[in-house]
Design a protein around this ligand. Structure first.
Ligand SMILES: CC(C)(COP(=O)(O)OP(=O)(O)OC[C@H]1O[C@@H](n2cnc3c(N)ncnc32)[C@H](O)[C@@H]1OP(=O)(O)O)[C@@H](O)C(=O)NCCC(=O)NCCS
Length: 194
């Protein structure tokens, strides 16, 4: 079962969509990462800690998780202009069990709410269930991140559990929601047809 048969099909140069194109990350993307990940609003949506990462932490994150081989990370570019707007990735790729964990961050605020993240996730799911021959893609998301939850639901993810009151934000506790999509659910929705 699954994962890493050969490099190009595992980590393609590009995965083209209608409005976005996913590309392999390049070293110069670090400059943009430094801006995105020092942004308190991005940190608030993606991290347990409210404080953004330090420059050094962002550099370490970039070289290990974005450019490194343990994660399958792809840069999200707008198709028309090639502008870099975000990043998405699979971590914990487990070929024995056909599963992985999905992550996405559109770092540019003006690119939120325009369907680019949802389309990127759909492209990554198609990659997971066809080229990587995976069986399950899972993710976690904070309960207050309603845009992300809605985006994942649109891609076919379903809630499978919650870590209750796992994060304290804005004066109250919120759950961390666990979502996943299985191969047969993805196929029943028409697979990569979107
Ligand atoms: C979460 C994210 C990937 C979603 O991608 P996106 O392209 O912005 O999402 P979409 O434009 O497809 O919107 C998804 C849904 O949320 C709705 N939505 C948009 N803005 C919203 C908002 N501020 N609050 C609640 N829902 C919102 C949209 O209307 C859409 O639902 P609909 O089609 O039923 O109308 C992207 O916004 C992002 O990366 N945000 C910052 C980092 C982050 O939150 N990452 C996820 C961590 S788990």
């Amino acid at each position: 079962m699954a994962a890493a048969p050969e490099r190009e099909s595992f980590r393609p140069e590009t995965i083209p969509g209608r409005h976005v194109v996913l590309r392999r990350h390049r070293a110069e993307n670090l400059r943009t990462f430094l801006r995105w990940y020092q942004d308190p609003e991005v940190a608030g949506l993606t991290r347990y800690q409210q404080s953004p990462l330090t420059q050094e932490e962002i550099q370490r994150f970039f070289y290990s998780r974005i450019m490194g081989s343990d994660f399958l990370s792809m840069a999200i570019h707008l198709r028309d202009t090639d502008r870099l707007i975000g990043t998405c990735a699979f971590s914990q790729l487990d070929g024995d069990n056909g599963s992985t964990l999905y992550h996405i961050t559109i770092g540019e605020h003006d690119a939120w709410g325009k369907g680019y993240g949802t389309e990127s996730t759909q492209l990554m799911l198609r990659h997971a269930f066809t080229n990587l021959a995976l069986h399950r893609v899972a993710l976690t998301v904070f309960e207050f991140n309603t845009r992300a939850i809605r985006s994942y639901e649109k891609c076919g993810f379903v809630v499978e559990g919650r870590a209750r009151q796992a994060i304290f934000r804005d004066g109250r506790f919120w759950d961390e929601i666990h979502m996943s999509i299985l191969l047969d659910e993805w196929e029943a929705r028409g697979g990569g047809e979107f």
